[in-house]
Write a protein that binds this ligand. Structure first.
Ligand code: ATP
Ligand code: MG
Length: 317
């Protein structure tokens, strides 16, 4: 039985090979690359050396096999990753632009990924674990995936697992009130919240990153890890505020950094490390994640993280 469990959308990403190639004209694509925020988290946790299970659905097709075999090769437990016959694996098409922005076309809600529902959440599987991670993107896929997440949270909180939450919902699609409603059943039980500044402000309605993180602590979280891209992260607890600088790396593809950071923080805390050490480790995991093209390709192995930590080139504050 895995120590860490996550659930939600697994999909493949099909990407433009260079910047500035829009999605509305014929041109070349690269892929399939395994993706989906919770799947990236699961893969990263396993590469760091902890046992991790991923609950979700893929199609019984080559893209589904691409995902399943990749997760299995890295050591993720796929006992509850179903391959279903009558739906195709989820897909995201991605274009990159000069200004750093990205454009997506998603096939998730109506694809196999969107078939995950609460009936696929096994009580014993959840309750024998130590940590459950929920990704906000999963809460906005569809009602059945949302209910699966809520069910997992309910079972985890009943059994005293640590619940972490990355609130990466696509707020522009639904507005702040709706986001807060969807997130509330998870926020109410999450001990560790990992927002970007924008997400922290959106969730709390407080117009300042640090104050918004403090407000999330008032809500019941024990640790709020504010992710700041190349700048690193700031960790907030009731008594402390720890600023941890980022590592100096060359960014090739930022997708997946947040999921890898979450994996690093969960791993460090599960190993019993102090918060500052776990956060520095998480920064290193997030930094390595951006050095490779492909959302899951940069998920580092434990040895790679240790090597970066030893060479220790952090940015000045
Ligand atoms: P995403 O949603 O795109 O996966 P995010 O917005 O959730 O990412 P980021 O702040 O971009 O999260 O990245 C998470 C962590 O990864 C950062 O806190 C930092 O530690 C590390 N990181 C991200 N980008 C860089 C970078 N360019 N250089 C060094 N470290 C980085
Ligand atoms: Mg994010």
């Amino acid at each position: 039985m895995p120590e860490v469990i996550t659930l939600g959308e697994a999909l493949v990403e099909i990407m433009r090979p260079g910047v500035g190639i829009p999605l509305d004209q014929p041109d070349t694509f690269l892929g399939p690359y395994p993706s989906g925020a919770p799947a990236i988290f699961a893969d990263a946790v396993a590469r760091l050396g902890l046992s991790c299970g991923f609950i979700g659905c893929v199609g019984a097709d080559p893209f589904g096999r691409c995902l399943t075999s990749r997760l299995q090769a890295d050591g993720v437990d796929t006992s509850w990753l179903k391959a279903i016959d009558d739906a195709a694996t989820g897909v995201a098409f991605v274009a990159y632009y000069e200004d750093g922005s990205r454009q997506f076309i998603f096939h998730i809600a109506d694809a196999a990924a969107g078939r995950l529902g609460p009936e696929q959440i096994d009580r014993a599987y959840i309750q024998n674990a130590r940590w459950l991670h929920i990704t906000g993107s999963s809460l906005s896929v569809n009602e059945s995936m949302r209910q699966a997440c809520y069910r997992a949270v309910e079972l985890a909180s009943e059994a005293g697992l640590t619940i972490s939450f990355d609130p990466n919902l696509r707020a522009e699609l639904m507005g702040p009130e709706k986001v807060r409603d969807l997130v509330e059943p998870v926020l109410a039980h999450a001990a560790v919240i990992l927002p970007s500044g924008e997400e922290a402000r959106l969730l709390t309605g407080v117009d300042n990153d640090a104050k918004a993180c403090q407000a999330l602590l008032q809500h019941g979280a024990k640790i709020v890890a504010l992710k700041r891209g190349a700048e690193g992260s700031i960790l907030f607890t009731r008594d402390e505020r720890i600023t941890v600088p980022g590592f100096d790396v060359t960014e090739t593809d930022p997708t997946g950094a947040g999921d890898c950071y979450a994996a690093g923080l969960a791993a460090g805390l599960l190993w019993g490390w102090e918060l500052e050490r776990a956060a520095r480790f998480a920064n290193a995991v997030g930094a390595l994640a951006v050095t490779r093209q492909g959302p899951m390709e940069g998920a580092p192995w434990r040895e790679d993280v240790d090597r970066l930590l030893q060479s220790s080139t952090t940015r000045s504050r």
